[in-house]
Ligand binder design. Structure first.
Ligand code: TTP
Ligand code: MN
Ligand code: MN
Ligand code: MN
Length: 388
């Protein structure tokens, strides 16, 4: 993707949404080491430090040259690279590694937290609680929650016996730490693009039985070109632009119920009709319904055995479909800077569920993804270059 002559896109731009960020960069080794330190700060609850690292890593991802002693001064001049991170980069160039990484990787507390947060539903805060109550390993957790080590064949069996905690709000089996533990190995497996597409087809086929005329886009890492994803993110809307969202309202719960009845959805982590939990919501936007669920394709005998996968379903009214697609394509850093850019540079508010002007709350309804970028006075960036 060559950059046009008159383009304002620059690898040293302050905002990630004005940089091209490929999936792999020339400094991948450095990025991976810095990511350990970022992760360490995050797990320790040092959110500001974690964000500093995340910003620095993101800037390095867009830097188009291999960083060596001869060009380190260029790197020091990049935005979001402070003194601390500069010295880590220097160390990496001189010694091929960062000494603090070695220390961090040998910390029990870090290793336990990494293992614990790999369980779906366990974040840094829960991981720290588990750690301070004396638990150290997955084995400790399995004993604590009375989950026996799982073989693949056990899981289906166990899920129908006592691993189904029915949620009071959705009436569907709720994902708990216990279920997260039982499904830990399956959910940690990466999903190839072909299976993402197969699951999307199955889901949209089921949706067509409930409502015709729906449209959808697979978003998330898949859309950014990742060969393998951690989950499947699908944004759904309806082709009838004049329906004002009526064709979409309530669809999320109906679809999830249907998928559950078919045995395709086994658990629901979170389901929001509207309002609750949508932190990106602008004034009176309540048009995003979503379900964070566990999905499994039907197995066809021994030769084609499928495993449980994480599935995120997001429903948007037609007028905010493209806003939602942009908001759920990511990366997280790209999204963060989209919002910051909109607010600080353009007097606009951007969120997955709506774009509005700050001073008078005027709402905008872009009719394509390109229009979303135009509205925010941004140059179009291909999804595969949004890996900030
Ligand atoms: P994720 O599915 O968490 O991440 P990803 O698709 O980039 O990578 P992978 O699944 O392979 O690990 O999030 C997808 C995008 O959705 C993310 O870039 C931003 C958006 N998002 C929200 O807007 N709100 C949320 O609560 C979450 C979790 C994600
Ligand atoms: Mn994803
Ligand atoms: Mn997701
Ligand atoms: Mn199949």
């Amino acid at each position: 993707h060559p950059i046009k002559k008159d383009s304002k896109i620059r690898y040293n731009h302050r905002y990630a949404c004005m940089r091209h960020s490929p999936l792999l960069c020339p400094n991948q080794g450095l990025v991976e080491r810095l990511a350990i330190l970022r992760r360490h700060r995050e797990l320790e609850g040092l959110d500001m430090q974690a964000l500093s690292y995340e910003r620095a890593i993101s800037v390095i991802k867009a830097f188009p040259h291999h960083i060596i002693a001869d060009n380190i001064h260029e790197v020091s001049d990049l935005p979001h690279i402070g003194q601390k991170i500069r010295s880590k980069i220097q160390e990496f160039i001189q010694h091929g590694d960062i000494s603090e990484c070695k220390n961090v990787l040998s910390e029990t507390r870090y290793r336990s937290s990494v293992d614990f947060t790999a369980i779906y539903g366990v974040g840094p805060v829960t991981a720290r609680k588990l750690y301070s109550s004396g638990l150290r390993t997955i084995n400790d957790l399995e004993k604590h929650y009375e989950v026996s080590p799982q073989t693949n064949d056990d899981i289906a069996n166990n899920l129908s016996q006592g691993y189904r905690l029915v949620s009071s709000t959705t009436g569907l089996p709720q994902l708990s730490i216990k279920v997260g533990l039982a499904l830990r190995e399956e959910l940690s497996l990466q999903i190839p693009r072909s299976e993402v597409e197969e699951i999307h087809d199955v889901v949209m086929n089921e949706l067509a039985h409930i409502r015709s005329g729906c449209v959808s886009t697979i978003t998330g890492g898949y859309r950014r070109g990742k060969a393998e994803s951690n989950d499947i993110d699908i944004v759904v809307s309806h082709k009838d632009l004049k329906c004002g969202g009526d064709q979409v309202k309530g669809l999320c719960a109906k679809l999830v119920k249907r998928l559950y009845d078919q045995g395709l959805v086994t658990h629901v982590m979170h389901m929001s009709s509207f309002r609750e939990h949508d932190t990106l919501r602008t004034t009176h936007w309540d048009s995003l319904e979503k379900a964070l669920a566990v999905f499994i394709l039907p197995s066809h005998g021994k030769e084609q055995k499928h495993v449980h996968r994480r599935l995120d379903l997001i429903f948007a009214a037609p007028e905010v479909y493209w806003t939602a697609v942009v908001g759920w394509t990511g990366s997280k850093m790209f999204e963060r800077d989209l919002r910051l850019w909109a607010k600080q540079e353009k007097g606009m508010k951007f969120g997955s569920s709506g774009i509005s002007r700050l001073h008078d709350s005027k709402l905008y309804f872009p009719k394509s993804e390109r229009e979303v970028f135009e509205l925010l006075d941004l140059e179009w960036i291909h999804p595969t270059l949004r890996n900030a």
